[in-house]
Design a protein around this ligand. Structure first.
Ligand code: NAD
Length: 290
């Protein structure tokens, strides 16, 4: 396939390289001039869209996605597929899909989980929204870049799944960290706390697979001085998107709102920027109730 890839950053570059490695003809474009292994560089954004069977975008946010969509959709040939893998607001995802459909394109919103390691290793999970035809066109590429793809529903459903999942993740990570900090102050050994909670109703991905306490549970960023992993500022972004969506549809999400406040303070006013999102544990450790 002839694939255009727009946004060759931390995630996009290894994803594009994996498509090229699998034998596709990939042409990339990034405003920062970044490149990826095996990927031809387009001279301008139109060059990564014109004549392509598929164009994939992997961009920072919804406003940039909308600008890029304005630039590329008129260049794409009817019947081609636009796949956006960025994490953006549901409204932007739906607006771009509508614009693509009006131009005779297939459109899929397909945000990912799995981070930079998953992008490099081709083990991402894709959460996709769009028509059955759009998903069918995108699926062989998801298989190269990832290990699992779920068709969640119509346009925007992929983004909806992503932000709901990450709202659970943000809240459970905070709950897990504050429980460890309380256990410390109660004199409870962290390993014992893990042994109980990970096999009892305190079980969660945050506790069991990504334990925020160093030296306890499986190896996680806590064992690497809280280097990300999944950076606190990316969690802050996703919690912001989930609150934006909740406001738009009048959903009551008090835990998500509180998680957003805590990660905002952690990233903007404390030392959370550039640290893994599980570094909430040392944050709680050093605090009292005041
Ligand atoms: P990044 O900032 O490293 O990459 C984004 C790239 O887009 C940059 O290279 C930037 O120059 C480029 N870009 C910006 N505007 C552009 C334009 N108008 N035209 C062309 N290129 C443009 O970010 P990333 O970590 O690769 O993340 C990309 C997306 O994936 C984000 O939406 C993020 O939320 C999501 N995501 C990231 C992770 C992660 O662990 N990094 C995990 C899951 C999802």
């Amino acid at each position: 396939m002839k694939i255009g890839f727009i946004g060759l950053g931390n995630m996009g570059a290894p994803m594009a390289a994996n498509l090229a490695k699998a034998g596709h003809s990939v042409t990339g474009f990034d405003v920062a001039g970044t490149t990826a292994k095996g990927v031809a560089q387009a001279p301008d954004i139109a060059g990564a869209a014109r004549g392509m069977d598929v164009v994939i975008t992997m961009l920072p946010n919804g406003a940039i996605l909308r600008d890029v969509a304005d630039a590329i959709i008129p260049q794409m040939r009817a019947g081609a597929t636009l796949i956006d893998c960025s994490t953006v607001d549901v409204e932007s995802a739906r607006a771009v899909a509508e614009q693509a459909h009006a131009a005779g394109l297939l459109a899929v919103d397909a945000p990912v989980s799995g981070g930079i390691g998953g992008a490099a290793g081709g083990t991402l999970t894709f959460m996709a929204g769009g028509s059955a035809n759009g998903f069918a066109a995108a699926e062989p590429l998801f298989e190269i870049m990832g290990q699992k793809a779920v068709h969640c529903g119509d346009a925007g459903a992929g983004q909806a799944a992503k932000i709901c999942n990450n709202m659970i993740l943000g809240a459970t990570m905070i709950a897990t960290c504050e429980a460890f900090a309380l256990a410390d102050k109660l004199g409870l050994d962290r390993q014992k706390m893990f042994d109980v909670a990970s096999t009892s109703s305190g079980y969660s991905w945050s506790m069991n697979a990504y334990c925020p306490a160093p030296g306890v549970g499986p190896t996680s960023p806590a064992d690497n001085d809280y280097l990300p992993g999944f950076a606190a500022e990316l969690m802050l972004k996703d919690l912001g998107l989930s609150q934006q969506a909740a406001e738009a549809v009048d959903a009551d999400t008090p835990m998500g709102a509180r998680a957003l406040e805590l990660y905002r303070a952690f990233v903007e006013d404390e030392d959370g920027r550039g640290r893994d999102f599980s570094a909430m544990l040392p944050r709680f450790e050093t605090r009292g109730r005041g």
